[in-house]
Write a protein that binds this ligand. Sequence first.
Ligand code: GLU
Length: 470
Amino acid sequence: MASPVRVRFAPSPTGHLHVGGARTALFNWLFARHHRGAFVLRIEDTDRSRSTDENIVAIVDALQWLGLDWDEGPPTPGYRQTERFAIYREHAQRLLASGRAYYCDCPPELLDRERGVAQQRGETFRYSGRCRDRGLGAGALRLRIPTAGATVVNDLIHGPVTFEHSQLDDWILVRTDGTPTYNFCVVVDDVTMSITHVIRGDDHLSNTPKQILCYEALDYAVPEFAHVSLILGKDRSRLSKRHGATSVQAFRDSGIPADALVNYLARLGWSHGDQEVFSRAELVELFDIKNVASSGAVFDATKLEWLSQLYLKTMDGARLAELAEPFVRAVGLTPPPDRPRFIAMLDTLRERAKTLVELVEQGRFYFERPAAYEAKAAQTLLTVEGARRLGLVIARLEGAPEFTVAAIERVFRALTEELGLKLVDLAQLARLAATGRTASPPIFDVLALVGREESLVRLRRAREAAERTA
Ligand code: GLU
């Protein structure tokens, strides 16, 4: 029986989680869940000068927000590379003892000179192998790689990619100061964590032949590899800050629901026919690494917003309230304590916004009295005649037997008829009074949700404003 699938996401905490990293994490997570395997989170923090604890917290937060739960990883100790130096040392010793690695004491100046010569010739620098057979007892530890032949990476996405050994060199496993190099740590970690499939960014493809040679030197089975393409901006260069928001945190803060971002990232370079909208369960069921495109995928913010809007429109009301609440509070407002009422308010807004930030902006008036009226509308509506009409609306609403949407509508229709007006004449007046704006969700719904008492306060204030300008 094949061993159970084990994959890992191995971010370097040198910044926040970028959407490219998030997509790599998602593909690993989907692969693990599809195969009922394990998803491991490992923090690659050996570059101590650029790794910070704040970044680890931010990455962990972002993954949790995306709902990409890991079966092994922090906070359990042993999943940060800086905690694993003894393991790297032990593996280095083994390679040294078996003769698959050797010490090199070439002075840096010599290597720099050789590097300079190679650069001048337009070639990549490769270590000469000068110390291979010197049997030194100290220095930098290098992997002895076969001089002839080639290593083939049988990539699950790219197919076979051949690297001639003549193009590689005896790379350093452990530096003279005793610190293990990045590629060596990755191999030892993947081996000791029993990783079966390495799914990572394309930018690591050139590391893979080096790593495979190290697995072989350690006599370990080589895992499968899948290198996921980079995410590109519209100009087809690598997606970066100059293309706009790129961190998961920025999308979260802009009010994109996590499920929408997950749906979007899954479809970025992966497809299942021409289906665009997937539940998480569908993604888990249908995800196949073989259907990931090998070419770079262009990030399309408009499509992400389209999905975001769709999720806002269709999600369960209680869930929408849960997601919207922090965004209401973030602008200093408070949702009503009556949850069903809050949900009903959001129901009138959910078709009108692409993000939760927009949704709250569209519905501010539910949570606070309008501080001002749209100037142009105030000029045409808040007049002497406007004050008179508002007075009539107020009197009728005060006397209405109930304050439901239907009852409010009846009041407006009857009054419109009596005054020989169009419904829109009174509706726009009431809308301006209740929301400060000329566009809002249906006004009878708005008044009913704001409630009789507060609606009357707002209508009276508008009437006073109209009287003042008259
Ligand atoms: N730490 C690497 C990165 O953040 C990932 C290495 C790997 O997945 O092998 O790009």
